[in-house]
Ligand binder design. Structure first.
Ligand SMILES: *[C@@H]1O[C@H](CO)[C@@H](O)[C@H](O)[C@H]1NC(C)=O
Ligand SMILES: *[C@@H]1O[C@H](CO)[C@@H](O)[C@H](O)[C@H]1NC(C)=O
Ligand SMILES: *[C@@H]1O[C@H](CO)[C@@H](O)[C@H](O)[C@H]1NC(C)=O
Ligand SMILES: *[C@@H]1O[C@H](CO)[C@@H](O)[C@H](O)[C@H]1NC(C)=O
Length: 736
């Protein structure tokens, strides 16, 4: 198929070429609108044969009476060819036939004269030449023939001695002429009065001639009788200045895409087209690009030719190699190339596929991860939380929703070394946010999906709890399977740790304990009353009271907390809490009120007073429960026996008795008999600021406990029922 298609294309191109005018190449040599030829001679600008068609000094005339029309210089010398730096004119021949050796009036004289024109006789191209066998030829300048500059002599005796093509004195002699002449005169003489010439020709001829167009032959001795002119080369140049000077002149002749050259034989200059350009450099629009590719049969390329301004490029069709030039390697079909291409193609292709596939796999994995996180986010109530957060409180109060990545980074990927504590609720990690802020991050145990809304409620509400004694919740992360809560970091551990440390030595003074108690009570009171909806902590215990560097109490862990709608005093919930702190009433009824917290707080107070653990195997029977142990002691008027020794020393009796009273009321079996947290907080605060007298220094006054005890009267009945209730609560709670 390919050769047929190629053949048809070739036919078409050949046909198209045949229709083109053949003399296209010489068109455009003259100024626009000017005749550019005379007969068959091209007359390019700066020459011109019509008015306003030539540069000053380059006028020529065309005589149409001749056939074909003849071109003349202004001095009537006929022009036969115009070239870029010279032109060829027809010059006269001097001849002397039978004239004797004298310089009289019979001596033939001729002259080549171009004075008054911009032309000079080319000294390099022309030779002064004489033909003859008894010939003395002289040339001279000006009008005085004795001022001749040069000449030559030619003799011959026998035609057989003449060497065709050589002009060295036998039948022909030649000599150079000086540079820069515009006029040369010629005179011919004979030495022997033509007596010794062989009978071929008695005449002598002398002329200036283009050496390239004249090669002496024997026959010239006859033929020159019928010849009237010979070609002579005239050098021509623009002006009389060299290029560097001329280029500055407004009259500078070289157009665009051309360069200037200094004329070799005169002081003027000329212009030539740059490489790759053609036509006339003297025209105002300069030289034109050569379309080297125009003619497929002559263009330099064997296959594909591309023309550029001033240049061209050859290239090869696909599947072939080479420089594509006719003068070079052309285009060679390569058998190796396709194989290389196939191998290369397969290589690149598979690399590309692998890249795409791995990118796709990675993207899919990432997408799945994102979907999973989004799913967790939704499942964990993220949308609801976002809504709630955006509709609640000021920007500063709002909880932040952290990304899983942020928290991973903050906890060093949940490193073991970052664990602050572990418990039934989950694990707390120490985290460091990018702004160097320390946080505690709680990773909860799996949350019941049905309670998500409640969880969100808590986060929202707790994020609005601003109390210096409540651990602040900073935000949460919902992108993980279990929600992560981010709290303010409290550096000094739990109250449990300080009361019942490993070394069993309490480090807390009474003053600090009282302050902690008052602060905790204040916080709980705030939770119960000061927020929009009352919050029941449900898990008040020393382990949930964190201590700052200066032992400021911070109530924490609202994981079990419940909101109680206003106007409803109690809520039935699943019983939850910690043994030893659990409100027996709540345990038995499942009815949740703020008073459950009051009970638990009573246990905390008892702990602070006695330094005893809420549950201890070292105590007997039901007194393993600190609340029962404490109540028994108080009711048996043995309070001071169970106080921690340090407290006995540091605290005033009034304070101790007052705190014990508060504790006792908090531990009341029936919730309604317990004071509110507000009352407790107020009492403790009042005790805290009243002057403290160490127990030893104060005068003993046993009336109060006594009266307290006596007020209880015969306790046996009440106490036994109480004991029963507590036992039930304690042991059942233990089973739960
Ligand atoms: C011009 O025409 C003459 C006679 O027809 C011929 O001898 C000569 O070679 C031609 N010159 C050019 C340049 O064609
Ligand atoms: C043209 O040539 C003819 C014949 O040689 C001559 O008679 C005539 O004067 C010439 N014309 C010009 C303008 O030179
Ligand atoms: C020179 O050329 C002429 C004819 O052109 C010929 O007759 C003659 O023999 C030649 N002479 C030599 C020496 O070759
Ligand atoms: C030369 O020859 C011519 C004719 O043959 C003759 O008239 C003339 O006197 C001769 N001159 C000399 C100087 O011999």
């Amino acid at each position: 198929m390919f050769p047929l298609w190629s053949f048809l294309l070739h036919l078409f191109l050949v046909a198209a070429m045949a229709m083109q005018p053949t003399e296209a190449a010489t068109v455009g040599g003259a100024l626009p609108g000017c005749p550019d030829r005379c007969g068959n001679i091209t007359v390019p600008y700066p020459f011109g044969i019509a008015s306003d068609c030539y540069r000053r000094g380059f006028r020529m005339t065309c005589n149409n009476s001749h056939s074909p029309p003849k071109l003349f210089l202004s001095n009537n010398m006929a022009v036969s060819e115009i070239r870029d730096a010279d032109l060829v004119v027809e010059a006269p021949i001097a001849r002397n036939c039978y004239k004797p050796f004298n310089l009289g009036p019979n001596v033939e004289q001729t002259s080549v004269d171009v004075t008054g024109t911009p032309y000079t006789l080319s000294y390099s191209r022309n030779k002064f030449t004489a033909l003859g066998c008894d010939t003395v030829a002289l040339n001279f300048q000006g009008s005085n023939i004795y001022d001749y500059s040069s000449g030559c002599v030619s003799f011959c005796n026998d035609p057989s001695t003449i060497n065709n093509g050589t002009c060295e004195g036998i039948g022909c002699c030649q000599t150079s002429i000086p540079r820069g002449l515009q006029q040369l005169g010629t005179v011919l003489q004979t030495l022997r009065n033509h007596t010794v010439t062989f009978n071929v020709s008695p005449c002598s001829y002398a002329f200036l001639v283009d050496q390239d167009s004249f090669a002496f032959q024997l026959t010239d001795l006859y033929n020159f009788a019928r010849k009237s002119t010979v070609p002579v080369v005239l050098d021509w140049a623009i002006g009389s200045q060299p290029c560097d000077v001329a280029a500055q002149s407004s009259n500078y002749a070289c157009g665009s895409n051309s360069y200037c050259f200094n004329a070799p034989n005169s002081h003027g200059y000329g212009c030539r087209c740059n490489n790759g350009y053609q036509e006339n450099p003297y025209l105002p629009n300069g030289c034109q690009d050569i379309d080297e590719c125009a003619d497929p049969s002559t263009n330099p390329c064997s296959h594909i030719c591309t023309n550029y301004p001033g240049d061209y490029a050859c290239s090869c069709p696909r599947g072939t190699t080479g420089n594509g030039k006719k003068s070079g390697t052309g285009c060679i079909h390569s058998r190796k190339l396709p194989l290389v291409q196939i191998v290369l193609g397969i290589g690149l292709g598979s690399a590309f596929l692998i890249a795409i596939a791995s990118w796709g796999y990675w993207a899919l994995k990432k997408r799945r991860m994102i979907l999973l996180r989004e799913n967790f986010f939704k499942q964990n109530g993220g949308l609801m939380l976002q809504q709630r957060i955006s509709s609640h409180g000021s920007a500063a109060e709002r909880a932040t929703i952290f990304s899983a990545k942020e928290l991973e980074r903050a906890t060093d990927n949940y490193s073991q070394s970052r664990i602050l504590g572990k418990g039934g609720y989950g694990t707390v990690y120490k985290g460091i946010l990018p702004d160097k802020k320390m946080v505690a991050i709680k990773k909860s145990k799996v949350v019941d999906e049905t309670q998500v809304e409640q969880f969100i409620n808590e986060v929202v509400v707790l994020s609005q709890v601003i109390h210096r004694n409540v651990v602040k919740i900073l935000g949460c992360c919902l992108e993980t399977q279990v929600p992560l809560l981010v709290y303010e970091y409290v550096p000094n551990g739990t109250l449990t740790h300080h009361l019942h440390g490993d070394d069993h030595v309490s480090t807390l003074s009474w003053e600090i304990r009282l302050r902690i108690a008052a602060e905790t009570a204040g916080a709980l009171a705030y939770l119960h009353s000061a927020t929009t909806w009352p919050i029941v902590h449900r898990d008040v215990k020393t382990a949930n009271i964190l201590l700052d560097d200066d032992y400021t109490a911070k109530v924490s862990d609202f994981g079990a907390s419940r909101l109680i709608p206003l106007g409803r005093g109690q809520v039935t919930t699943l019983v939850q809490g910690t043994m030893g702190y659990l409100d027996p009433e709540y345990f038995q009824t499942g009815l949740l009120t703020e008073k459950s917290d009051v009970y638990s707080f009573g246990v905390v107070l008892a702990e602070l007073l006695t330094g005893e653990k809420p549950l201890s195997q070292t105590r007997s029977n039901e007194e393993q429960n600190l609340a029962i142990y404490f109540l028994h002691a108080v009711r048996r008027n043995q309070l001071f026996n169970i106080l921690e020794p340090r407290i006995r020393k540091e605290a005033s009796r009034e304070q101790l008795e007052a705190v014990a009273r508060v504790t006792e009321r908090c531990l009341s079996l029936r919730g309604e008999e317990r004071p509110t947290m507000k009352e407790v907080a107020a009492d403790l605060e009042r005790l805290r600021v009243s002057p403290s007298h160490p127990w030893a220094a104060a005068p003993p006054d046993r009336s109060a406990p006594a009266s307290h005890a006596s007020a209880r009267g015969g306790i046996s009945e009440e106490e036994s029922s109480l004991r029963e209730d507590y036992s039930t609560a304690y042991y059942t709670a233990k089973i739960v």
